[in-house]
Design a protein around this ligand. Sequence first.
Ligand SMILES: [Zn+2]
Length: 235
Amino acid sequence: MTQDAAAPDELLQRLRHFHSDYFPLHQQRFQDLVTKGQHPKTLFIGCSDSRLVPYLLTGAGPGELFIVRNVGAFVPPYDQSHGLHGTMAAIEFAVLSLKVERIIVCGHSHCGAIRVAYEGAPDEAIALKAWLKLAEEALLPVQPSPEALARTEQRSVVLQLERLMAYPMVRRSIEAGALTLHGWHYVIEEGEIYIFDVERGSFVPASESTHSGTGPYQPYVEHDGQVFSVPEDEL
Ligand SMILES: [Zn+2]
C-alpha cells in the first residue's frame, strides 16, 4: 500500500479511530479501571500467533484478562537462577499480586512453534532454538503429519500445565482451592476451543464440555513412570 505524505498512515488512522469512536463509548469503564485499579481474575498464557485473539474468544473486555503471550504458549520451568524470565515474572505477578482465580494455557491449530519444533529453527535464531526445547517432551516420534501436529499442540498444552504445577505459588493456590488451571486448544478453522478434561484425559470441544477448565489438577502417572497427564493413545 502506498502512502500519501499528506494522509495519515493506516495505523495512525486506527489509533485516531479508537480515540474518537471507541473510547467515548467506554470512557467510564476505562476511568473506573484507573481509579479502582485492575482486578483481572484470569491469567491468559497464549501463543503469540496473530490468529489467536483472546478477547474475541472469551468475550472479555478491558480489565478482565492479564495476558502473557510468547512463541508457542510455553511455560518455562520454575527457575531460581535470577535470569530475565518474562513469562515466569508474569505468572508470579498474576498469582501473588493480582491473585487471579484461573490460569488458561491456550495453544492452537497450525501453530508455527510446534511445527518448527519438529523442523528446526534457523541457526541464527539462537533464542528461538532454546525456547522450542520447552515443547520437546510433547513431540511424537513420527513424521509431523497434520494429525500429529494437532496432537502435539494438545500434548504441549498439558505439558505446560504440568510445568505450572512446579511453580510453588501456583501449586499452593490450587491446593488452597483459590486457583484452577485451564488447558485450551483453539482450532482456528472450526471456531472451537477444545478443553482439556483431566478426568477423561482428553480434550473436549467447548460445545460439549460441562466446564471450561481442568478443576483441581491431579497429575496422571503413566505406567512407565513418566509423569504426563494424557496417555499418548488418547490424544
Ligand atoms: Zn502458535
